[in-house]
Design a protein around this ligand. Sequence first.
Ligand SMILES: Nc1ncnc2c1ncn2[C@@H]1O[C@H](COP(=O)(O)OP(=O)(O)OP(=O)(O)O)[C@@H](O)[C@H]1O
Length: 211
Amino acid sequence: MTNYSIEVQNLVKFFGRRLIFNDINYSFNSSTVYGISGPNGSGKSTFVKILSCIISPTKGKVVHKADNKIIEEEKLHNHIGFVSPYLFLYDEFTAEENLIHFSKIRGKIFEQEYSNFLLNEFNLLERKNDQIKGYSSGMKQRLKFVFALLHNPEVLIFDEPTSNLDNNGKEKVYEFINKLKKEKLIIIASNEDTDLSYCEKILELEKYKNK
Ligand SMILES: Nc1ncnc2c1ncn2[C@@H]1O[C@H](COP(=O)(O)OP(=O)(O)OP(=O)(O)O)[C@@H](O)[C@H]1O
């Protein structure tokens, strides 16, 4: 198992003159499930986007390490599986075409057997040749988990993981969290109590609002 860590140092984010959070110092490590909590608009999505280097902080640093070796920003997508409302899927492609396309972008071989396994787990196997534009919002959400897990990344970042999911879908997500928590670093941004009940440590963004 790879020992993965994300160090957050003196992290500050402003949008214009609005302070989103100030001076966050925190360390995330493998084999732990972390929660990022706070009410709507508190900065959960902003924080996990900065963690994944999708956007930059106003001040401070985010350092990713695998077995103590720093990972360059351009290579982070190989190490992170992301589920979020802003993840883009190609509507005109089928589910499987989307998965093949993203494997190529990641520079990975498309693992058909594992893909079918995950599609089956998330109840999408029979619909894998349907265009995404015909998917319901819950089906799209399930497909995002297949994307996130397909390249077997060391870090899983789930932003609002259970939105649009029915009870069966939620249970599947929690089952995967339980199955993977020993070997992965899992970060869940949510204001759902049930999602947060799976987290061993919680970073409350409301504590970082003072200048
Ligand atoms: N690109 C942007 N430009 C300006 N302000 C932004 C931008 N993105 C987010 N914000 C603001 O930053 C704050 C935090 O937003 P963010 O989406 O991170 O919160 P959140 O905790 O994830 O909210 P929710 O629970 O509603 O998803 C909000 O006030 C939002 O309006």
